[in-house]
Design a protein. Structure first.
Length: 279
């Protein structure tokens, strides 16, 4: 979408961008070749200068120019050009970020490889691993995952951040991640549907206090399922956003999700439900 965008260019708002499209110019290459006549020569020259700059930034794989200059509601436009350097992220914690709360597990998925990090094992490898990516996709990460990570590790995540909570909300999909999954027809079934953020804490405590490996594996299955579904939702959201643009642009294909390397242990879920919920 960045090859067809103009609203990141200084002095070009969405209204001017729309007029450029309406004039038959659908890409920055077309603008460079034939600037529209409704613009003054000075503005044609200014936009042409930034069109060349935009092309160079895309070719060099540099995202900051677009992320900093696009309106926040238009950040979704960066996804196609930087999909190969995007990672889907989700964390599990012992609480909402109060004193004593810790990160228990982190799951990453970059469209090719699943990575997971566990407190007390390899969690401290995460700050180095996340540096490999230019775009982070989360659900509600602006208010939870990213601040929690930054405070916990004492780091600053400077990557472009696409929070699906807001992108999906702008398309009419609201609620939590699980609700959005159901609205897109990928609702969870069986014991996986019974695990939520609170239950994830019970699983972690069961693992740490009783060394129940099945509890950790169930927690990781839940955590990783989140990031696998984030990819599906991000691509669906991108395609739906693309449909709001008055240009004939090709949609992204929905990839087949990889196999989750961990499985929910139904016996563990039932045992904890009986212990804490009484059923």
């Amino acid at each position: 979408m960045l090859h067809h965008s103009f609203s990141h260019i200084p002095s070009v708002g969405t209204a001017t961008e729309q007029r450029i499209w309406d004039s038959g110019i659908c890409s920055i290459d077309e603008f460079i070749q034939t600037p529209p006549g409704f613009l003054s020569r000075a503005k044609q020259a200014k936009i042409t200068e930034h069109a060349h700059l935009s092309k160079r930034q895309i070719e060099m794989g540099l995202i900051d120019y677009f992320y900093q200059n696009l309106a926040a509601k238009e950040h979704w436009r960066i996804f196609r050009e930087f999909q190969s350097s995007t990672v889907y992220l989700d964390i599990e914690t012992t609480g909402l970020g109060g004193p004593g709360d810790v990160i228990t597990t982190i799951a990453l998925y970059d469209g090719q490889q699943i990575k997971h990090y566990v407190n007390g094992e390899n969690l401290n490898d995460f700050p180095q691993a996340i540096r490999d990516y230019q775009v982070i996709v989360t659900y509600n990460g602006k208010t939870f995952d990213i601040p929690f990570i930054e405070n916990y590790f004492g780091i600053r995540l400077t990557q472009a951040h696409l929070d699906l909570r807001y992108i999906l909300s702008s398309l009419g999909y609201s609620g939590g991640l699980k609700s959005c999954e159901r609205q897109f027809g990928i609702g969870r079934t069986g014991s996986l549907a019974e695990v939520d953020g609170y239950f994830a804490v019970l699983l972690w405590n069961d693992y740490r206090k009783k060394r129940k490996v099945k509890s950790l594996e169930t927690l990781l299955a839940y955590n990783i399922e989140d990031v696998l579904n984030l990819e599906y939702l991000m691509i669906q959201a991108y395609n739906l956003k693309l449909a709001t643009i008055p240009l004939a642009l090709s949609k992204l294909n929905i990839p087949t999700a990889p196999h989750n390397p961990f499985e929910i242990d139904t016996a563990t879920v039932n045992r904890l439900k009986s212990q804490y919920y009484g059923y």
